[in-house]
Ligand binder design. Structure first.
Ligand SMILES: Cc1cc2nc3c(=O)[nH]c(=O)nc-3n(C[C@H](O)[C@H](O)[C@H](O)COP(=O)(O)O)c2cc1C
Length: 412
């Protein structure tokens, strides 16, 4: 696909003359509001919410104000180059789609719709460990378009090896290991609604499609604390039995609940350490990217461990409340990494100027998170594609108007 900011801008205005409004709102606040109006309160809370009082989420936005672009004039910008190279591959735009779990909450086609938009645009997809479809199904839709597999290191080493092997076989370009979610953060919006999608069998497709996971299900000791049955729990069980793979009546007899119980028994791994990461790194031929780095010392530790790239992110403020804005972390980490390995970045990217600032502060490429989940909620694959086109155009125009490829931030 060719990206051209002026033709995108013209297309929107010309459509307006014919009375056609954009498929999704252009700016983030309007996009989020429109998605909120469309989604169930549970789905919106899960996507929009963060940890604690959401101070980290606020910091992910307010921190940007410290870094202002200083535009340069008469730089004869001409045709801007939007493409970026990462770990030996060239990508058409300086951004990718961050891994987001349980996309079926946004749209019934979930990850498959996102994969279609990625295939159409060439933007790399990071396929979540908590996806609603298996990585094999998603990679079939991507049909050769680049993608990365995002791994959560669970309690079962055997399952982790199986996920990594599957990612290799399904053709992933790299393995993104998320470090910041060894346990789920304290998320009041979800807790107020007493809602966790995984317990309804949502977002566990990588697990239920895995032979090692199925073996773990069979080995699971019987449930000692059976809950009292009421109408609500029966309705929940019926939905769950239809959701997880396998014959419906077998699922009703307990197989579906076993899958969820097995998942909850292995998901958290609070004792995850560098040794475990180094073991995974030495077990795979895929480049390994560590997601969730916020401290310069952890960046140095990753480089010393021979990690291929780091990914500065605070999970969109969903894990630790009261933490620094992620862009501040990038500003501290880039000078330490000194371009020795690529540095990816996300948490708070909402527009072209954000992308430009993050690149100026040392990011090799940046990740788009919540904006694409909202675009998916509003208009499926087309919505995600439109979002990509809008962000690409916004970025291109901002970059060109600021004076080109190497913009100055705060005059440096
Ligand atoms: C609903 C939701 C689900 C997410 N699921 C995952 C996931 O499965 N794996 C992961 O590494 N990060 C996950 N993230 C974090 C994103 O990859 C990314 O770091 C974050 O969305 C960036 O913040 P932003 O969306 O506010 O820009 C999730 C984020 C959201 C909002």
């Amino acid at each position: 696909m060719n990206f051209n900011a002026l033709s995108r801008q013209r297309e929107i205005y010309v459509h307006g003359v014919a009375g056609i409004k954009p498929l999704i709102p252009i700016d983030f606040p309007s996009l989020e509001l429109a998605a909120k109006q469309k989604l169930s309160s549970e789905a919106f809370a899960y996507i929009a919410g963060g940890a604690g009082l959401e101070f980290t989420m606020q910091a992910n936005r307010s921190a940007w104000d410290k870094y202002a672009i200083v535009p340069r004039m008469l730089k004869s910008v001409g045709e801007a180059t939007l493409s970026r190279t990462l770990l030996g591959h060239s990508y058409p735009l300086p951004f990718f789609l961050s891994p987001i779990g349980v996309l079926e909450l946004a749209h019934p086609e979930g990850d498959l719709a996102v994969a279609r938009a990625c295939k159409e645009t060439g933007v790399p997809m990071m396929v979540s460990n908590q996806a609603s479809h298996s990585m094999e199904e998603i990679s079939r839709v991507l049909a050769g378009s680049p993608w990365f597999f995002q791994l959560y290191v669970s309690r079962s080493d055997e399952l982790v090896s199986s996920f990594v092997k599957r990612a290799e076989q399904a053709g992933a370009n790299g393995l993104v290991i998320t470090l910041d979610t060894t346990m789920l953060g304290w998320r009041p919006r979800d807790l107020n609604l007493a809602y966790l999608p995984f317990l309804q069998g949502k977002g566990i497709a990588q697990y239920t499609s895995d032979p090692v996971f199925q073996k773990l299900c069979r080995e699971l000791p019987p449930d000692q604390n059976k809950k009292k049955i009421n109408l609500h729990s029966i309705a929940g069980l019926l939905r769950l039995a239809a959701k997880v793979p396998g014959p419906y009546f077998e699922n009703l007899r307990g197989k579906a609940l076993d899958q969820v119980r097995t998942f909850t028994s292995i998901y958290s791994r609070p004792d995850l350490d560098w040794e475990a990461i180094e073991k995974i790194k030495s077990s795979t031929r895929l480049p390994v990217i560590l997601k969730g780095i916020q401290h310069p010392d952890d960046a140095v530790r990753a480089m010393n461990a021979g990690i291929d790239a780091i990914y500065v992110s605070n999970h969109g403020g969903r894990q630790v409340d009261g933490a620094i804005g992620s862009i501040d972390a990038l500003a501290a980490i880039s000078p330490v990494v000194k371009n020795k390995i690529p540095v990816l970045f996300d948490s708070g990217i909402r527009c072209g100027a954000d992308i430009l600032k993050a690149l100026a502060l040392g990011a090799s490429m940046v990740g788009i998170g919540r904006p694409y989940a909202y675009a998916l909620a509003l208009a499926g694959a087309r919505g995600v594609e439109e979002l990509i086109l809008n962000l690409a155009a916004d970025f291109e125009l901002t970059m060109a108007l600021a004076g080109g490829q190497e913009p100055m931030v705060n005059g440096q």
